[in-house]
Design a protein around this ligand. Structure first.
Ligand SMILES: *Cc1c(COP(=O)(O)O)cnc(C)c1O
Length: 485
């Protein structure tokens, strides 16, 4: 564990950081009518600093974090792309930011129109018939979608469909959501090509299949080419297809889940559609459905009656409300702004550059790291640090070494089926110069692993804190400064 840096010690006795106007009312002692136990016996130990000291302190602290606005962030599956500042401007319009969810519908027609329009755009982008904006994040969308699939089967008197099939490469939220929605998860194998093993799928599909849950492009960054065949296998057996659309960055205005045979899809507006994320949200995980599932959508449903937008609560088959009010509205405004500023052609260009950037980086690094699935990738790709591991350098070490160069590491040890995996997603918003700078550093680290492994094993060297206990940092974070001694 590293020491807390001494920059915290800025206090000088008697120094103050405020100046109040002279007292022009009678002075009172607030302790007079206060119960004894609430009266402080010792003065609190507060830092005594000037305004300038405190501004510098917090400004400096803010630079110790890494964000999309401070550096390259190729965290695979997370789509850490630039968050356009126009989104922030629009989200701050008083008509969006100062309204209250209990206001009458007639007084918030503009906000409702935006939501309605966003639903329509997302339905068009995904090839679905209707969309709900309620779910607050990707995993929440998965659960909502699976609850609808469950309601669908039960409405058909089909109570035996207890299993959800999930590939072994899937994002961890998939089996988790299936379990929380009351299903049993069955794992389908990936073949040596990184794609779902269709023969294995055939043996798993049956009258107990509720759904196949799939990410396409999958979490290896590969497009499931036999998706239509898979859809047919599952549909023939009476199952449904769920699309994990957290990362739509490779396929927008190219192919649509609805056209691939999917029945239900969720999107992560905080990934593909530039909502700022990291640090815990808020996110938005809208769910789109094909016609058969419309009765089961969470209520209330936003509809248009004549020229007015209204909420319809009269939905007897709905799975119910999944979030208070109407979803994370602010993040939906940002996504809407993004979609409207780019248009369909812009979204298509986003996908093309995302795929181009990923393939460029993959090819440049393929000589220096193992590439377990050597084929064109989509918006991301997965390397293996197997070669470096033989030299005593683990993927974790490589990730830590990247910090010394001001880069956020890729996603590591995921997907689980890749040994010493590194999952890189450069996104379309990075320049060739940034991609090249990162590639150069990765090549340098590969050389260091051969010639000077200690420098990688002991990294990071330049950051304010070194290697932290990541489990304890998440479970028992130290959020309060205490003066030592
Ligand atoms: C991020 C992600 C999720 C989960 O989304 P959250 O908003 O973090 O809940 C699900 N699936 C995939 C493929 C993802 O990348």
């Amino acid at each position: 564990m590293s020491q807390i840096p001494l920059i915290f010690e800025r206090s000088t006795p008697g120094r103050i950081g405020y100046s109040l106007p002279a007292l022009d009312v009678p002075e009172v002692d607030v302790r007079e009518n206060m119960p004894e136990e609430y009266i402080r016996v010792q003065a609190p130990e507060l830092p005594e600093v000037s305004e300038l000291d405190i501004i510098r302190h917090f400004t400096e602290l803010s630079t110790h974090n890494h964000g999309v606005d401070s550096g390259f962030y190729p965290l695979g599956s997370c789509t850490m792309k630039y968050n356009p500042k126009i989104n922030e401007q629009v989200a701050r319009f008083p008509g969006f930011s100062s309204i209250h969810p209990y206001q009458p519908e007639s007084s918030v027609q503009g906000a409702l129109e935006l939501m309605y329009d966003l639903q329509e755009h997302l339905a068009e982008i995904t090839g679905m018939d209707e969309v709900t904006l309620q779910p607050a994040a990707g995993a929440h969308g998965e659960w909502t979608g699976l609850m609808m699939i469950r309601a669908f089967h039960e409405a058909n008197g089909d109570f035996e469909r207890t299993k959800v099939i999930v590939p072994d490469s899937a994002h961890g939220t998939n089996p988790a959501s299936a379990t929380v929605a009351g299903f049993e998860t069955v794992t389908v194998r990936s073949g040596p090509d990184g794609l779902v093993d269709i023969e294995d799928l055939k043996t798993l599909v049956g009258s107990d299949t509720a759904a196949l849950m799939l990410t396409n492009p999958n979490t290896l960054g590969l497009f499931e080419e036999r998706i239509l065949e898979m859809a047919e296998i599952v549909h023939k057996a009476g199952g449904k297809l769920y699309y994990d659309g957290a990362n739509l960055n490779a396929v927008m205005s190219k192919v649509r889940p609805g056209d691939m045979g999917f029945d239900v899809v969720h999107l992560n507006l905080h990934k593909t559609f530039t909502g700022p994320h990291g640090g815990g949200g808020p996110g938005s995980g809208p769910v789109g459905v094909k016609e058969d599932f419309i009765p089961f959508l969470p209520k209330p449903i936003l509809t248009k009656k004549k020229d007015q937008f209204v909420f319809d609560d009269d939905r007897p088959q709905s799975i119910g409300r999944v979030k208070p009010f109407y979803g994370n509205f602010g993040i939906n405004v940002r996504a809407y702004t993004y979609i409207r500023s780019l248009g369909a052609d812009g979204l298509k260009a986003v996908s093309e550059y995302a795929v181009l950037n990923a393939n460029y980086m993959m090819r440049k690094l393929a000589d220096y790291f193992d590439l377990p699935y050597d084929r064109h990738c989509m918006h991301e790709f997965v390397l293996s640090g197997k070669r470096q591991k033989k030299l005593g350098v683990r993927t974790l070490d490589i990730a830590k070494r990247l910090l010394d160069f001001g880069f956020h590491p890729p996603t590591i040890y995921f997907p689980l089926i890749v040994e010493e995996g590194m999952m890189l997603e450069p996104t379309e918003t990075e320049s060739k110069e940034t991609l090249d700078a990162f590639i150069d550093v990765m090549i340098q680290i590969a050389k260091e692993a051969e010639e000077n492994p200690e420098i990688v094993q002991e990294a990071p060297h330049t950051t304010i804190v070194k290697r932290l206990d990541e489990t304890q940092a998440a479970r028992k974070p130290v959020l309060r400064y205490r003066k030592e001694g």
